[in-house]
Design a protein around this ligand. Structure first.
Ligand SMILES: Nc1ncnc2c1ncn2[C@@H]1O[C@H](COP(=O)(O)OP(=O)(O)OP(=O)(O)O)[C@@H](O)[C@H]1O
Length: 278
């Protein structure tokens, strides 16, 4: 479903963020891109929906979504088929939960209808179904996004990303600002999407324990290169040290409170120091 062929991405200034990466991610796979800060995870994910541009004459390689090569010419079509959820949720704070989810269908709705918020009934119904699926009932529909906890906001962001039934979902550090329990429930939701809808999910994480628990496949990156590609049980058996050496063992600051009941936590405490990639 998603193919990276010999991708090398160099940013202005000379940072080589991706160094000759080739991967093929089949339909319905929950593929975790694992790595420390600066490993190249986001750059790789963002190449799928064109947020990372491969510049002719500088960068090398090809990304394909299905049969389509990602390029400025195909970007509109590609973005309809590739949903995305972000670390900071990226909701519109002043809008309701319902309107945020409906915003996921904007490419299908005319401008006048969008301006007047006249979304067709079938889209409204779909938004409700998706919200129920991510665990947000009717009592949440007309709450402002700014009033939700971080975990609830990420649930809304997932529902929004699924509005157009994209075959591919990118999740860029979706649990980095959530507490451990909420992180697990969000990753469970993403995995559920691969099982119930056949969505191909590419999810960047730096928590080894969560990657091992939820992924079908782990692609570990270091300095822009793939240093491991295989099933979680193989990584668990090898031990993450065998891949990253001793350089990865600092834990981020602890999260101050449980996220499903409180506000946004600045950082996850999901990691045991032995399992953390900083
Ligand atoms: N727009 C940019 N301009 C220049 N350098 C960039 C840009 N975006 C990323 N980089 C560099 O590319 C490298 C890979 O960054 P990237 O964000 O892909 O890493 P990451 O693994 O996602 O890290 P993190 O977990 O911190 O988000 C880093 O060295 C980063 O500083």
């Amino acid at each position: 479903m998603v193919t990276f062929r010999n991708i090398t991405k160099t940013f202005p200034g000379g940072t080589r963020a991706i160094d000759n990466v080739s991967l093929s991610v089949p339909p319905g796979q929950f593929c975790v891109i694992l790595g420390s800060s600066g490993a190249g995870k986001s750059t790789l994910l963002r190449a799928v929906n064109g947020l990372t541009e491969l510049q002719a004459g500088v960068d090398v390689g090809e990304v394909r979504v299905g049969d389509t090569t990602v390029s400025p010419r195909t970007l509109r079509d590609v973005r309809r088929r590739v949903g995305m959820v972000h670390q900071q949720f990226n909701l519109v704070a002043r809008l309701t939960v319902m309107d945020n989810v409906l915003a996921g269908a904007l490419p299908e709705v005319s401008l006048p209808r969008t301006l007047l918020r006249l979304f067709p009934r079938d889209l409204r119904r779909k938004a409700c179904v998706l919200l129920a699926e991510v665990g947000l009932g009717e009592e949440h529909l007309y709450r402002k996004a700014s009033k939700l906890s971080g975990g609830q906001q990420q649930r809304v962001a997932i529902a929004r990303a699924l509005m157009l039934d994209p075959p591919v979902l990118l999740a860029d550090e979706p649990v980095a600002s959530l507490d451990p329990q909420t992180s697990s429930s969000i990753l469970e939701l993403l995995r559920h999407s691969t099982r119930s809808r056949g969505t191909t999910v590419l999810c960047s994480l730096h928590q080894v324990d969560l990657a091992i628990k939820f992924a079908d496949r782990i692609v570990a990156m270091k300095n822009g290169k793939v240093v491991f590609d295989g099933p979680p049980e193989v990584l668990a058996a090898l031990g993450v040290d065998s891949i990253y050496g001793g350089e990865l063992l600092a834990s981020p600051p602890p999260a101050p409170s449980s996220d499903e009941t409180g506000g946004n936590n600045p950082r996850s405490s999901a990691l045991t120091p032995q399992m953390a990639i900083p």
